[in-house]
Design a protein around this ligand. Structure first.
Ligand code: ASP
Ligand code: MG
Length: 419
């Protein structure tokens, strides 16, 4: 069997939903589990609903939700005739679920409400896609993934219970009864049937969970790009497509900030040797990128720039060494603030670290570290990472930049600069 994942952009417009159906139809002879995200920017729109609700602005929350409702109803109307009523009824049940909640007063924490509201995005989109497939005579079984993906109650970043999820997946998905199952990415539920989410952009991860648990032959993530590229084509027009990659390379790329695939996606696939394909939904004949458990030689330079970085310079207060005690204390602070440095360089009595400039966290970090060190901050920096660097590309990408920190291993060059 195969797992497909279609992201928000692939179901953003009427034509694109039709295109998704065409792709699924082309593979209809296979056993398929299809994971679909919320349409377009629906998740962002629902986040606004959750914020308005939590701040006590009921009218505003209802108005914002009305926009989401109308978008989905209009889409359904354009796509269906015979199956419209069935689709409409199911959409309405989801709308009602949210509207009931919005009429309550918030008594629990924000993250809980966030998940109850935001999870509707994928339920609505999959409802429309499933009924549209029926309209096109493509038989499919719609599943509420909240009956399968079991999680803890760490709302907005829930942790999957693999064992229970595996059992639920095995019993819900039986290929002798149907050959196409359609369900949601990104969402799950607790034992008390409260909805949870797995973190933004989490649908890739859901797809990997299904591929792992059901022993898929491969997972295909359908995107609006030709495949994985060696740089962001918006920033570097000369970026080129990478036909083949290893899991190791992709996990490194994601770690250094490339927004290719959700980083959590890789482990479940790598552990079972399930190939990951990235293909273009705009032209499914293009070969795309295949990522597998193999060692690749001669990869071209792959580069990523992380924006909005801050350099934190720590200096010993009394000339004592930066030994294990202060390091333990620093990592304790990272852990408490749930942050991580993107680059660390230690000297005898000083230490430089670079991290994402999330203002509140950085201020808290600086305050906590100032007990141990003199702290200086430099903001507005960029962190360039080049995998498989050549001298030529390193020179080209750093020309004319004011460099503040550099680190180099045989496979990776990192440069922090201003500008
Ligand atoms: N719809 C969710 C988001 O936009 C999850 C996903 O698309 O992967 O973050
Ligand atoms: Mg998305």
């Amino acid at each position: 069997m195969k797992v497909f994942k279609f992201g928000g952009a692939s179901v953003q417009y009427i034509d694109r939903i039709k295109n998704v159906a065409t792709i699924i139809d082309a593979y209809a002879g296979n056993q398929l589990v299809v994971i679909v995200s919320a349409m377009g920017k629906t998740t962002n729109a629902l986040e606004k609903v959750a914020e308005a609700f939590y701040e006590g602005h009921l009218d505003q929350a209802l108005q914002l939700f009305e926009v989401v409702k109308q978008q989905h109803l209009t889409t359904a109307k354009y796509l269906m005739v015979t199956h419209y009523n069935a689709c409409y009824a199911q959409l309405n049940d989801f709308f009602t679920e949210v509207e009931w909640l919005l009429h309550d007063k918030p008594v629990r924490d924000y993250d809980y409400y966030y998940d109850q509201i935001v999870c509707i995005g994928e339920l609505l989109s999959t409802c429309i896609v499933s009924h549209y497939l029926n309209e096109m005579d493509i038989a499919n079984t719609w599943l509420d993934v909240r009956d399968i993906i079991r999680t803890d109650n760490n709302f907005r970043d829930a942790v999957v219970d693999w064992k229970r999820t595996g059992e639920a997946a095995q019993s819900a998905i039986q290929f002798n009864q149907a050959s196409i199952y359609l369900t949601q990415g990104f969402i799950g539920a607790t034992d008390d049937n409260e909805s949870t989410t797995l973190g933004r952009e989490g649908s890739d991860y859901t797809a990997a969970i299904f591929a792992h648990l059901l022993g898929a032959e491969d997972l295909t993530i359908w995107k609006d790009v030709e495949g994985v590229m060696n740089a962001d084509p918006k920033a570097f027009p000369a970026a080129q497509i990478l036909p083949e990659l290893s899991f190791e390379e992709v996990i490194e790329m994601a770690y250094y900030g490339a927004q290719v695939i959700h980083p959590k996606t890789i482990k479940p696939l790598q552990n079972k040797g399930i190939a990951l394909k990235v293909k273009c939904f705009l032209d499914s004949s293009l070969p795309g990128t295949t990522i597998a458990n193999k060692h690749l030689k001669n990869l071209p330079p792959i580069y990523v720039i992380k924006q909005k970085q801050v350099l934190i310079h720590l200096h010993s207060q009394d000339f004592s060494f930066v030994g294990e005690e202060p390091m333990i204390a620093l990592y304790q602070i990272f852990k408490e603030l749930k942050i991580k440095p993107n680059l660390i360089q230690t000297g005898a009595i000083s230490l430089d670290l670079c991290m994402d400039d999330r203002t509140d966290k950085v201020e808290q970090f600086a305050a906590a570290a100032s007990v141990l060190f003199d702290v200086q901050l430099e903001r507005d920096l960029k962190l360039l990472t080049i995998r498989h660097p050549t001298d030529a590309i390193a020179t080209e990408l750093t020309a004319g930049k004011h460099l503040l920190l550099q680190q180099k291993t045989p496979t990776t060059l990192q440069v922090l600069y201003r500008g």
